[in-house]
Design a protein around this ligand. Structure first.
Ligand code: PEP
Ligand code: MG
Length: 580
């Protein structure tokens, strides 16, 4: 049994078959072969080895011709490995006696060889492990041929284990069969993590390297509450986690009655609980939990999950589905927040060294007006179907906000001229996720109808910590007193002006922060749908004076660790049933 500690980014427990993905998106199935198929499988292996050898010999000859035989010799080592009778003997034994599929046998044997290299003291030799992975890939490519199964063509439930998953890869995961995922890299605020929550499957990121220790088809446990991944679990561990899966089900059932209870504090102060969504299908997740509306619709996932840039109709179709389903409840459509880790169809900016500080989000929109206007037209058209609000992301200056509003009013004029209906009083809001916006918040409140605090970004920009980087994850902390002060200032300014302020970063769905945020004056929470009922439970268990006391104390503290343990203690005291 092998335990890996990573970063817990989406709760729950999943027990299932591993699907190991390499950079080329291979799945290596552990398929046992039937006794009478053994000879045919051995023949298949022969053919794959032969084809791989031919490819390598071809490469050797081509490189020798261009660069000389010294360079061609690099490939000679690969050829020798393929011709090694010990390796072939091992593979034959696994297929003949243990009835492993050739794919599984190849992967298992070569990964074991690679591990031996990786454990060697010499860095040069350790790097030779890459040659073996290369060889594995080449043989598998020949073995799997057209039967290669990518993430999109699954036929049975799997837990995806990968080095990294981009937000668009995650967005395209097959919801029917992917039951959890683990990535070697990634941080707390990565969008991959956010998609896992949308899919409502457990996920762990930033475990560090482990993919060479596991083969496709092996049983794996993902503990998304503790950030643990267990490879080769023993019987006792499997039984313990099966029990936990049952417990989680029971707890979810216990929360259900809260759905129809009023969302307010114990002393009767109303609190609005909205859902964050990335895909239209999540409206159902929100409705199941009795959400008061959609507080954040991350529309960039429309771009990430399509092969080409969505046109106005594609936008309109998605928005109208969401808006109609929500009836008269508000739907806050955030204009696309592409760039940084959310790569779109637009060409990559050249020499972008700090993508989170570069051309992302509203900046990208204002540089690509036709694309931006397309989206705005669709939002405006959908605005007559229900209760739509529009929100601009990553606003950092007042002029930038005015520019975005000007484009919107331009599009309104356009629709007017063409006689297309829209809501003229469409509420316009902005996300507060850049510290500069907080410094200037007294000006911003005069320009918008509502604010929404995006702590996922606010934390990274305030503390200068990349939200997606596992190496600095200990510094990425919502409890940091500097972050609390930024949040407090924003809520205070919005409340003073009398405009709604919501908080839609991940922290609003974490029960540790509910008392603090209520105490700072927050009355609108926008959270991942699966967190709605738990947040409601905390709200209903506490009074505003209690929360205000907690917030005042927290604001006097000097470091994140003290704040976090204080907040945890207070929630534990007031809502013991949470089991924090
Ligand atoms: C945020 O930054 O807190 C936010 C909600 O936006 P996103 O996570 O999509 O950047
Ligand atoms: Mg953001």
């Amino acid at each position: 049994m092998q335990k890996l500690q990573g970063i817990a980014v989406s709760p729950g427990v999943a027990i299932g078959e591993a699907m190991v993905m390499d950079n080329e998106g291979f799945r290596i199935p552990r398929r046992f072969v039937a006794r009478d198929a053994v000879e045919a499988e051995l023949e298949r292996l022969d053919k794959a080895f032969q084809a791989a050898s031919d490819e390598i010999a071809h490469n050797r000859d081509a490189v020798s011709r261009e660069l000389g035989s010294k360079y061609g010799a690099i490939f000679e080592a690969h050829l020798q490995m393929l011709g090694d009778s010990q390796l072939r003997g091992e593979l034959d034994e696994m297929i003949r006696n243990r009835h492993y599929s050739p794919e599984y046998a190849v992967s298992r044997a070569l990964r074991r060889y690679a591990q031996v290299f990786q454990k060697l003291e010499s860095r040069y030799l350790a790097e030779r492990a890459n040659d073996i992975f290369d060889l594995e890939k080449r043989v598998l490519r020949n073995l799997l041929g057209r039967r290669r199964e990518g993430l999109a063509q699954l036929t049975s439930p799997v837990l995806v284990l990968a080095h990294n998953l981009t937000p668009s890869e995650t967005a395209n995961l097959d919801r029917q069969f992917v039951r959890g995922f683990v990535t070697e890299v990634g941080g707390l605020g990565s969008h991959t993590a956010i998609v896992a929550e949308a899919l409502e499957i457990p996920a762990v990121v930033g475990t560090g390297p482990f993919l060479t220790d596991v083969s496709g088809g092996e049983l794996v446990i993902i503990d998304g509450d503790e950030g643990l991944v267990i490879l080769h679990p023993d019987e006792e561990t499997i039984a313990r986690y099966q029990h936990e899966v049952e417990e989680i089900r029971t707890q979810a059932a216990q929360l259900k009655p809260l759905r129809d209870m009023v969302s307010e504090t114990a002393d009767g102060v109303a609190v609005r609980l909205y859902g964050n969504i990335e895909f239209p299908y999540e409206v159902k997740h929100c409705a199941e939990r009795g959400a008061d509306g959609i507080g954040l619709y991350r529309t960039e996932f429309l771009y990430l999950s399509a092969d080409e840039e969505p046109d106005e109709e594609a936008h309109y179709k998605a928005y109208s589905e969401v808006v109609r389903a929500m009836g008269d409840r508000p739907v806050t459509i955030r204009t696309f927040d592409l760039g940084a880790d959310k790569v779109s169809h637009l060409p990559d900016p050249e020499d972008e060294r700090n993508p989170f500080l570069g051309l992302r989000s509203i900046r990208l929109a204002l540089r690509n007006l036709p694309m931006f206007r397309n989206q705005l037209r669709a939002i405006l058209r959908a605005s007559v179907l229900g209760n739509v609000q529009v929100m601009f992301p990553l606003i950092s200056t007042v002029l930038e906000l005015r520019h975005a509003k000007m484009v919107l009013s331009d599009v309104m004029e356009d629709l007017d001229e063409r006689g297309i209906e829209f809501n003229r009083d469409l509420p316009i809001g902005m996300m507060v996720e850049v510290p500069a916006a907080v410094m200037m918040i007294d000006h911003f409140v005069n320009e918008v109808d509502f604010l929404s605090i995006g702590t996922n970004d606010l934390i990274q920009y305030a503390l200068a910590v990349d939200r997606a980087n596992s190496d600095v994850v200990s510094l990425y902390n919502a409890s940091d007193p500097a972050v609390l002060k930024l949040i407090a200032a924003t809520i205070e300014a919005g409340n003073k002006k009398g405009i709604p302020v919501s908080l839609c970063g991940q922290m609003s769905g974490n029960t540790v922060y509910t008392m603090l945020l209520l105490g700072l004056g927050l009355r609108h929470f926008s959270v991942t749908p699966s967190a709605i009922l738990e947040i409601k439970r905390v709200c209903r268990s506490v009074t505003i004076p209690q929360c205000e006391e907690v917030a005042q104390r927290a604001l006097t503290m000097e470091n994140a660790r003290d704040v976090k343990s204080f907040l945890r203690g207070e929630v534990r005291k007031h809502v013991p049933e949470l089991g924090l």
